[in-house]
Design a protein around this ligand. Structure first.
Ligand code: PLP
Length: 379
């Protein structure tokens, strides 16, 4: 099946008990057993629930994976992946990560004896310099948040395979519509479903997709044991959101392109980060591994101190100043004090997250209203 068909149908059949076309919200914690152990595959909703199962099968299909697991947040999904490791293990990751990923690595899992190497992965071969017998995993994010750096998934996957490391790709920014890391050799794809997949800024959820059965069983054991699993109502909302993922992504990409073009030569903009520009340093990799370039754009304001950056960020009428991204509505965010505030200043600035950087999540409103809003706010 092609993407649009999977977005609408994968994992979903008319309900066998009623014929309901839409997957019902199975709002139950437990299931009847005819005799102890004689059940219909469902025992307790922490581990399995039919609404969540439909969603998980749909998520797996979108990423060309065999298995999907939904979590109560993106961080819940990340937490489960890290629990595959044990004290003494080492992880190689990028130096330009989602702030919450950096925080859980350095403030939670470092305390459990796991060591993280934060590297600039533009030259993937650098990984080889850090691999030793304790290295177990490579965790990458592409495009990165918020500076839209793109790393070569295929090149990193070749190294990970040669060194027997599990490759995890946080695919939140691209969404499965734009990029499928499993097809490039990833072992696990992670999503903050909260963002493009959910798409309506009304649910917090995460997901992991994988094809190796043993890995799936290990992750399901963690998911069921630790219990960060989402409820049926949220699962239903995401199933509903996914039905328009392909339509929304097309519109995000189209509006994103027009906003990027508008901002590129704007006198108040010193730098712009959007992988669709041919002069973006990783444009060739983006063009190779992504189907289009998305609606996430960051800009560095010219000659703006923190106060002026705040003034501009608060000046918008259509774009809403808020954390998060990927919903139908356009959002603007000040990473240094909002999404990336948990990263120490020097580390943050070294990754390009300076005080005068603003991140836009371009929504699917009418493009003329978005451009007008940008024009007025930057005036
Ligand atoms: C939001 C986000 C996460 C965390 O997901 P939550 O659903 O907020 O827990 C992880 N990675 C990226 C790239 C994100 O944008």
């Amino acid at each position: 099946m092609k993407f649009a068909t999977k977005a609408i149908h994968a994992g979903q059949e008319p309900d066998p008990s009623t014929g309901a076309v839409m997957t019902p919200i199975y709002q139950t914690s437990t299931y009847w057993q005819k005799a102890p152990g004689d059940n219909q595959g469902y025992e307790y909703s922490r581990g399995t629930n039919p609404t969540r199962k439909a969603l998980e099968d749909c998520l797996a299909a979108l990423e060309n994976a065999r298995f999907g697991l939904a979590f109560s947040s993106g961080m819940g999904a990340t937490d489960a992946v890290m629990k595959l490791l044990k004290p003494g293990d080492e992880v190689i990751t990028g130096n330009d990560l989602y702030g919450g990923s950096y925080r859980i690595f350095t403030k939670i899992f470092a305390n459990y004896g796991i060591k993280f190497h934060f590297l600039n992965l533009h030259e993937p071969e650098i990984i080889n310099e850090y691999v030793n017998e304790n290295t177990k995993m490579v965790w990458i994010e592409t495009p990165t948040n918020p500076t839209m750096q793109v790393v070569d998934i295929q090149a990193i996957s070749s190294i990970a395979k040669a060194r027997n490391l599990t490759l995890v790709v946080d695919n939140t920014f691209a969404s499965p519509y734009l990029q499928n890391p499993m097809d490039m050799g990833a072992d696990i794809v992670m999503h903050s479903v909260t963002k493009y997949i959910g798409g309506h800024s009304d649910v917090v959820m995460g997901a992991l997709m994988m094809s190796d059965e043993d890995l799936y069983k290990r992750l399901w054991f963690i998911y069921n044991s630790c219990g960060a699993t989402p409820g049926p109502m949220d699962s239903f909302l995401v199933l509903r959101g996914i039905k328009t993922l392909h339509l929304r992504m097309k519109a995000h990409c189209e509006n994103g392109r027009q906003v990027a073009e508008f901002l590129k030569d704007h006198p108040k903009v010193e730098r712009i980060f959007w992988p669709g520009f041919t002069d973006h340093p990783n444009h060739h990799i983006a063009a190779k591994q992504m189907r289009d370039f998305g609606g996430m754009i960051s800009i560095v304001l010219k000659d703006a101190d923190l106060q002026e950056t705040f003034r501009i960020a608060s000046n918008f009428k259509v774009f809403t100043l808020a954390e998060s991204l990927g919903g139908v509505e356009s959002l603007i965010n000040h990473p240094a004090t909002m999404t990336h505030a948990s990263i120490p200043k020097e580390t943050r600035e070294a990754a390009g997250v300076v005080d005068n950087l603003l991140r836009l999540s371009v929504g699917v409103e009418d493009i003329e209203d978005l451009l007008e809003d940008l024009k007025n706010a930057l005036a």
